[in-house]
Design a protein around this ligand. Structure first.
Ligand code: F6R
Length: 639
């Protein structure tokens, strides 16, 4: 088994982990494994018994299986499935049920006999559940057990809905969901209060009996729990760690989910490294922060005791390495995010020329610009650059219903006051009211309500950008069409969005672009917005001269900051600038106090923004650089 063969570089990993470049490739590999199993069983006239999971993770696996069914004649006639879990209580016809999920993503598109499909029943009376669970187990056993179980992992470390505290020998049963699991599900249910508190789940013991177990994890969101599951001690606190005891488990993950594993995060601890600039910077800043010592005070002994002896020998003496990295960090700091006119720019992040730049700040939602880079935004405007801001989406899902009503009430009153006929407006208002009265959790708003909500956010964005110093003609609302399509389907084409972005860029011909490089935002909008910009730039590069002189800088949104070794431009803010930035964020009133989508961070956006920039400043200072009030961070992206 691979477990006995662990390479040195996986020294801390307690079970086999295969890392793919991206989730799409990994999902295809898993689908192929499933198909291979089904076909080999079919050759022996045997049935395949599969344990299936729901959630975001297996969606691409199911899509590939459907493709194989349609294009490669993979048949599911001899396949029997058992799903891991179902919410309780839950009607199978409800949009959020795992029955609906499985039908939508797999069963409706393949030739499986629905009598061979088993999903825990969310409609049972409480006193029927225990018998049902025993019967579920009995059925699996009677069929000879699960040939293969596929799993996702929850951020609590749950597999199935075996939340922290679950026993390793647990069977199928009714469980109470962890608070974090309910928060993660809240978007599907239109608010956490609508997420059931319970579920029926296969137990860890049930999963364990499968002849093959594959756990999948994609994206940075899973990185920290994956590290615990793979490298941590076995503990009921992270139920997935029980899988370390299995001889037939494999974790299949993408690079982002694997990014906190020792072999990727601090590889010098487990193997020889090729010490290029980037990894030296990462290792030295890591060493200084780990030892809580300024870079210039790190000694050879510190290097040797922390897996960096090879670096010291190859590139030492260590003091030279320290100075080199210290200087590199020093050169990232600039108060001139648009370049310093008439200055030697050989060691500066931005070019001095042209002294007055045309800059486009792309903001996925109407407030990301000021939240994420408000200080730099203000500085660029103050320093006389021609700054444009382009709001990519309307953000119209994130406004409270009663706020929408309030604004229409205002319009009616104001029009009445002006003696303007309000009949139509009042009709609209009544329609809005009756729609909202009947509105189901998570139901998409009517077109007119979405328009009102979009307008509210538009007004706030204008106020924020004006406050940062922009004239109105440089404030652009793109209303990218993908955003509305995104609400009903997750995979959509971005062709018209790319064209629109190309047109805007061609009109402005910027020297500098700032864009959100914040791929862990909870709804995926930032990543799509980023992809659209990159596509637009790549296409423009084929025909346009101006683009050769256009640099792309990435900022991160309200959710994460770049790690210190990746930062290429660090813009310090004075205490006054921090206050100005705060006031610009305050213009986004609909997002203040209690935003519709706060994520799991209970702090308000302006507090998060301030804390994050203060942490970056603190980190620079800890490394031995000057002490600033706050720092906004950027990396440059080659496209
Ligand atoms: C689903 C299930 C859960 C999920 C886990 C990850 O049937 O039992 O354990 O696999 O919560 O969910 P996603 O894939 O949505 O991140």
């Amino acid at each position: 088994m691979p477990r006995l063969n662990l390479l040195e570089e996986t020294r801390f990993e307690k079970l086999p982990v295969t890392i793919y470049d991206n989730a799409a490739d990994a999902s295809i590999a898993v689908a192929r494994r499933i198909a291979k199993l089904i076909k080999s069983k079919q050759r022996n006239n045997e049935k395949t018994v599969l344990g299936l999971a729901t959630g975001v993770t297996p969606i691409k696996v199911y899509a590939e299986l459907v493709r194989m069914h349609k294009e490669d004649s993979l048949s599911f006639k001899d396949v029997i499935t058992f799903n891991l879990d179902e919410y309780y209580p839950m009607r199978p016809t409800s949009a959020q049920s795992y029955v609906t999920f499985m039908k939508d993503n797999l069963f409706n598109h393949i030739d499986i006999d629905l009598n061979n499909v088993h999903i825990p029943d969310g409609t049972l009376a409480k006193d029927e559940v225990a018998d049902f669970c025993l019967e579920y187990e009995r059925k699996i056993t009677a069929l000879g057990g699960l040939d293969m179980q596929i799993l996702g992992i929850g951020r609590t470390g749950h597999i199935g809905f075996n939340e922290p505290g679950s026993a390793p020998n647990s069977g199928t049963r009714l469980v109470t969901l962890d608070d974090l699991t309910r928060s993660d599900a809240s978007r599907d249910f239109g608010g956490k209060e609508n997420v059931p508190t319970k579920a029926i789940t296969m137990g860890i013991g049930t999963i364990f009996k499968a002849r093959e177990i594959i756990l999948m994890a994609w994206s940075k969101k899973k990185a920290s729990i994956l590290k615990k599951a793979v490298e941590g001690e076995i503990s009921a606190d992270v139920p997935a760690t029980y899988l370390q005891l299995s001889d037939h488990v494999e974790f299949i993950v993408d690079k982002d989910a694997a990014s906190e594993l020792t072999r990727l995060d601090t590889p010098w601890l487990v193997k020889d490294c090729i010490w290029d600039e980037q990894i030296i910077k990462k290792a030295v800043t890591w060493l200084a922060l780990t030892l809580n010592k300024p870079i210039l005070k790190l000694t050879e002994e510190d290097y040797n005791n922390h897996g960096m002896a090879q670096l010291a020998t190859e590139k030492g003496p260590v003091y030279n390495i320290n100075i080199n990295i210290f200087n590199k960090l020093q050169h990232t700091i600039t108060g001139w995010p648009g370049g310093k006119p008439n200055a030697d720019d050989s060691q500066r992040p931005e070019r001095a020329e042209p002294a007055k730049k045309r800059t486009v700040i792309f903001s996925p939602h109407p407030d990301d610009d000021v939240i994420s880079m408000g200080g730099t935004f203000i500085r660029l405007a103050d320093q006389g650059h021609e700054v444009h801001v382009a709001y990519q989406t309307s953000g119209n899902t994130a406004v409270w219903d009663d706020d929408a009503l309030r604004y229409v009430e205002f319009s009616i009153d104001f029009n009445k006051y002006q003696k303007i006929d309000t009949t139509q407006l009042e009709d609209l208002y009544m329609r809005m009211r009756s729609f909202l009265k009947e509105k189901q959790p998570n139901q998409t708003d009517s077109e007119e309500i979405l328009t009102v909500k979009g307008q509210i956010r538009k007004g706030e964005a204008i106020a924020g950008a004006r406050y940062a110093g922009l004239p109105d003609e440089r404030i652009h609302f793109m209303n990218l069409p993908f955003y509305d399509r995104f609400k009903s389907q997750k995979s959509v084409s971005y062709e018209d969005d790319i064209k629109q972005t190309m047109d805007l860029l061609n009109m402005i011909k910027p020297h500098q672009i700032f864009a959100a490089g914040d791929f862990a935002d909870p709804h995926g909008t930032h990543k799509v917005c980023f992809d659209i910009i990159i596509n637009a730039l790549k296409r423009l590069r084929e025909t346009e001269e101006w683009i050769k002189d256009c640099w792309l800088w990435l900022y991160r949104g309200a959710w994460h900051e770049f790690p210190i070794h990746e930062i290429e431009m660090a813009v310090p803010l004075s205490p006054e600038e921090v206050t100005r930035k705060r006031l610009a964020i305050f213009k986004h009133q609909s997002q203040k106090d209690m935003p519709v989508f706060p994520g799991e961070d209970s702090r308000e956006f302006w507090v998060r923004a301030e804390d994050r920039t203060k942490e970056t400043a603190f980190c620079y200072n800890q490394l031995g650089l000057a002490e600033y009030e706050a720092i906004e961070a950027f990396v440059r992206w080659d496209y």
